[in-house]
Design a protein around this ligand. Structure first.
Ligand SMILES: *Cc1c(COP(=O)(O)O)cnc(C)c1O
Length: 457
């Protein structure tokens, strides 16, 4: 067992320029392993874990574990703690609300925070039209409610979703999510009237026109009157950080308009500054009739939102929308702090700097290491896909091994993709830039060391 100070990456001569990662035990350490054993006896085994380390504290760039190790955070709790897991502004707002009250249920008695969050989202989501917002707790709930509202508005049942999409784990959203394992295996039967169309995945040679042509055909097959909603991520998250071919979102907008279908853009992972714009769909110049947010919205507290055209949103009858915890007051207070940060003119330019920094480290690697099929993404939502050179046969084993080396060296990375062959980077948007550099050097060293092992094998 190695106990490296300052995150020395095994197999490299790297001397980090920052004091983190700071490792005093192997990862996971003894206390984390003890707690993990207790977890295994108490918690249903259906919950997976990317890195079995128990967290004791956090700052803008790092997570501190119960053994005293400090890890560089390239996960942000899956794009949730975009402003750090212990952001002082968020904690202050939530603390003030905590002193007042924790809950009333917005459907029982009202509170101002809910209205202020709705106002900000109405003003800032894409689309120059009158909007209304509904708040919920989880992303899956936002997706489900967007479908409910679209059905109420159109009087139609169908939902069109895209290959490699991820929309959640609830009963309806499992049907909308593409990947079978682990999300759907043994949990069916699933909701009917969900139809999957092809993705415009540039790496796999699928252009926008080809995908849109097939979607046109699917719509003709079911009849234009069948579909209530087209639901699409502007950049796919769990599916592999796939940036759609140019023109794909605009084409879906055209198809939706042609048939009176509600276009729902799921910005749950990519929205709220993650890609360097407030919303990822801005890159395509496309406004959904409904835009979904969650993840970063509550700054770590559970909050999601459905924001859309007033006439669509108001199609659901009074009493038809809600939920006990929908738009919880603590979560709304956190969101208002998140909005303050997003309104700060320095916030989004910083994300562009993060993207430049990541590209500067990873793009040279892509030309050096043959099994890197692509480095892609936008802003602080970047990924490396591993595949067999020439055939593009996915190499999940490489993504797993590299991620494991990063974990051992004190950098928390995540994988994703239909085939699990993608390493994704989701650092907090407030990460210290020197810490980001160090983390990327450790990642690059891990990529090289796994490639060298391959070559030697
Ligand atoms: C995470 C995610 C969801 C589901 O959100 P939960 O809060 O986990 O229910 C839906 N859509 C996208 C794009 C996501 O990334």
């Amino acid at each position: 067992m190695h106990a490296a100070r300052g995150g020395r990456c095994e197999g490299s001569s790297l001397v980090p320029m920052t004091s983190v990662p700071h490792l005093v035990t192997e990862i996971p350490g003894p206390r984390s392993r003890e707690l993990h054993a207790q977890r295994a006896r108490a918690v249903a085994s259906g919950f997976g874990v990317a890195l079995p380390v128990f967290v004791a504290g956090a700052d803008d760039s790092t997570l501190r574990d119960v053994d005293g190790n400090t890890l560089i955070d390239f996960a942000s709790g899956i794009a949730v703690t975009s402003f750090g897991a212990a952001n002082p502004r968020i904690r202050e707002n939530v603390g003030e609300q905590l002193e007042k009250f924790t809950h009333t249920c917005f459907m029982v008695t009202e509170y101002e925070g809910f209205v202020r969050v709705a106002e900000w989202l109405n003003a800032h989501t894409p689309g120059d039209f009158e909007k209304r917002t509904g708040l919920f707790s989880t992303g899956a709930e936002a997706v489900e409610n967007a479908v409910k509202i679209s059905r109420a508005h159109t009087g139609r049942p169908g939902v069109l979703v895209i290959d490699e999409a991820y929309h959640g784990r609830s009963m309806l959203t499992m049907a909308m999510t593409a990947k079978e394992h682990p999300y759907k295996t043994s949990f069916g039967p699933f909701s009917s009237d969900v139809v999957r169309g092809p993705n415009a995945n540039p790496l796999r040679g699928a252009g926008a026109d080809e995908a849109l042509g097939e979607i046109d055909r699917l719509i003709a097959e079911h009849g234009g009157e069948f579909f209530a909603a087209i639901v699409v991520e502007p950049i796919q998250g769990e599916g592999g950080f796939i940036v759609p071919a140019p023109g794909f979102l605009a084409g879906l907008r055209r198809i939706a308009d042609e048939h009176g279908i509600v276009l729902v853009i799921d910005e749950i992972q990519a929205g709220l500054g993650r890609t360097g714009r407030l919303f990822a769909s801005e890159y395509d110049g496309v406004a959904g009739d409904i835009t979904l947010t969650a993840k970063a919205l509550g700054g770590g507290l559970p909050l999601s939102a459905v924001t859309g055209r007033a006439e669509i949103m108001d199609a659901a009858h009074v009493g038809g929308l809600g939920g006990t915890y929908a738009g919880n007051p603590l979560a709304c207070a956190a969101a208002l702090a998140v909005f303050d940060i997003l309104d700060d003119p320095d916030t989004l330019p910083r994300v562009a700097t993060i993207e430049d920094t990541i590209r500067r480290h990873l793009e040279p690697l892509a030309s050096e290491i043959a099994t890197i099929a692509e480095v892609r993404g936008r802003g602080a939502m970047m990924a490396i896909e591993f595949a067999e050179p020439g055939t593009l046969e996915p190499r999940a084993d490489l993504a797993q091994r590299i991620s494991a080396e990063c974990h051992a060296a004190g950098v928390l990375t995540l994988t994703c993709g239909t085939h699990g062959n993608v390493i994704r980077l989701l650092p907090p948007l407030v990460i210290d830039l020197d810490v980001l550099e160090t983390g990327l050097e450790i990642l690059a060293a891990a990529v090289r060391s796994v490639a060298a092992e391959e070559a030697a094998a």
